[in-house]
Each structure stands twice: as C-alpha cells, then as structure tokens.
Design a protein around this ligand. Structure first.
Ligand code: ZN
Length: 237
C-alpha cells in the first residue's frame, strides 16, 4: 500500500510538470540527407512548429523588424550574418507562444558555439531534448544530389534513378526541359560535405556529451525514415 502511494505520488509529480514533456527536437544530418523533408512531416505530425534559420531570416527581413534590418545590412554588404545575430533571432522566435509545447529545429545549430548557446537557453526553459541524426553515406548523398533534375518551366523535381521522368530530360507534367542546378555537381557537393564535416559534425559530438543522439538510417525510403523518427520522438503516436 505504501509503495502504491509512493508510486502514485511519483506519477502525479511527473504529470504535474507538463513543461518537461515539451519536446525540443534537433535534427542533424548532412546536406542531402532529407532532413528538411522529414522536419516538415514530423512537425506536422506532432503539431509543433518547425523552426529553420532560413524561415526566421526571411520573416524578420520581410517584416522589417529591428533584427531583420540588422541582418539586411550584413547581407547587403555581402557579409556573413554573425552567430550572435542569428541566435538573437532564434531565441526571439523560440520565446513566441506557439513554441511553449515544444518545437523542432532544422538546420540549427550549425556550429558547436550555436549548440552551446542553445543549451544555455534550454537550461532556463524546461523541455525534453531529443536529438536525431540522419546517417547517410557520402556516396549515397553524391548519388542523390547529382542525380537531381528540375523542370525549367514548372520546377518539378526529378531524379535520374529514383524518380525519373517518363521521357528522358522532359517534364512529365508540362513537357518542359529538365535541368541540373549548378550547385548539384559532384565538386560542389563534395565542398558542402567537407564544410559539414568540419563545422557541423562536431555538433553531433557535442550532443553525445550532453544528451543521447539517436542515429536513424537515412538511406531508407522517405516513409521508412519518417516512421523510424516517429518511433523515437513519439513512441505512442
Ligand atoms: Zn514541368
């Protein structure tokens, strides 16, 4: 009986801290790992906002917020936006009401310095940190990105192996000619992978120290990756 009471009290204490169950999901993975696509699906499924730095930049610039104006100055001058400004914008976004029940970070943190700053921020904001890492080999990424073709007329995306058009180099929908983006060449992809390994891979090591990093086989089909992620992020879903 006493044990039961203690157990009930424990459950009650746990349940009365809903903030701790707010998931903060961090998706890691190299360019071409399908991270962006999965981020959209996961945030829809779990009904939490999908936060990407690109979106935050665009929002602030479009609405000419004080931070947006600062960013525009850097961009207009052809300079990189410093970490401090990016983080200020990120935390400004995370402080909004819709992030109270959790959120998913996509493409951020990109550096260990950003990861440390986010970890500091999280100390003051109760949450449940869930870090997933999409694992895809360099060879697979090269194949994925360099095989990509898009329609010059309607922008539909094809892949010469996994999603080829019915007629070679021609869009199924509008019959427009297909083209390869200039940054989808092996040389550019290898350059991006190199940047990823030197800058962002250490972020993975950082999270291995402060939390658990769940590796997910990103070479599976998009649906399989999605289901693997869901099992980790929301076992009851
Ligand atoms: Zn087309």
């Amino acid at each position: 009986m006493r044990h039961l009471l203690i157990l009930l009290l424990g459950i009650f204490t746990f349940m009365s801290q809903p903030a701790f169950s707010s998931p903060v999901i961090i998706l890691l993975g190299p360019p071409g790992s399908g991270k962006g696509t999965q981020a959209v699906r996961i945030s829809q499924k779990l009904a939490i906002p999908h936060i990407s730095t690109g979106d935050i930049f665009r929002y602030n610039i479009k609405n000419a917020t004080p931070l947006g104006l600062k960013v525009k100055e850097y961009l207009d001058a052809g300079k990189l936006v410093p970490d401090s400004v990016t983080l200020e914008m990120l935390f400004d976004r995370l402080n909004k009401d819709d992030c109270k029940n959790g959120y998913l970070l996509d493409g951020v943190p990109r550096t260990v310095a950003q990861a440390e700053a986010i970890q500091e921020y999280l100390k003051a904001h109760p949450h449940k940190l869930l870090v997933c890492n999409l694992v895809v080999s360099d060879a697979e990424i090269l194949k994925r990105i360099t095989g990509r073709r898009s329609c010059t007329a309607c922008n539909k995306i094809y892949h010469i192996e996994s999603a080829p058009p019915m007629q070679k180099e021609t869009c199924d929908i509008c019959k427009g000619p297909l083209t390869q983006r200039t940054d989808d060449t092996p040389a550019v992809v290898e350059e991006r992978l190199k940047a990823y390994y030197s800058q962002t891979k250490p972020v993975e090591d950082f999270y291995k120290k402060v939390s658990q990093v769940h590796d997910v086989d990103g070479a599976q089909s998009s649906d399989q990756v999605f289901n693997s992620l869901l099992k980790i992020l929301s076992p009851s879903a």
